[in-house]
Design a protein around this ligand. Sequence first.
Ligand code: ZN
Length: 218
Amino acid sequence: MIMNYQLIRSKRKTLSLQINSNAELIVRAPNRLSVKKIEQFIDEKSNWINKKFTTIQAKKLKKSSYLEGEKFLYLGNEYPLNLNNSHAKGLAFNGQKFSLNAGGKEEFLVWYKAAFKKIALPRLEYYAKENKLIYKQVRLKAQKTLWGSCSYVNNINLNYLLIQAPIGVIDYVIVHELAHIKHKNHSRNFWKFVNQMLPNYKASKRWLQDNGYRLKNL
Ligand SMILES: [Zn+2]
């Protein structure tokens, strides 16, 4: 799945990829080359891109500090963190704020993963059933570089940090990976199939391109 990139067109004859120090993918392309061709190229280079991203992004992101009042995302909304003195362990959420007694990143990861399981996995099952798509295993990971993937034998990986995004965005990633069960590429037919399963997916795709980095600050 292709992440955000900046496209610079010019009179050049070949395609080139660069990841700058802000962990942005810069694609230089000939003026008339189609977006499809460009994205195919990005796809082919995804291993190289992922490696670069991991190292640069880790340095670049302003990490959360887990201070009182700091905002954290859940399903597309931001909620403040309240540091309490209760004896309760782990992270709690009451619909208006997060409460934490001790810790930080680990507690959020545990909570986000559990929330993703509860909220997103039933949606994966729903879309799979609805469209008669059969996947093998589902693995949940907090990844720096990928929102999801679907292997050649149809094992699906989903990035549970997505639970911070609006539900439509989660659906988009789920549907995108499910569509790869049928189409192992980003061809026209692939996108047609995505659109069939999830009309209006484009706004969600866009949201992820624009806001994806915000889900990785933990
Ligand atoms: Zn994809």
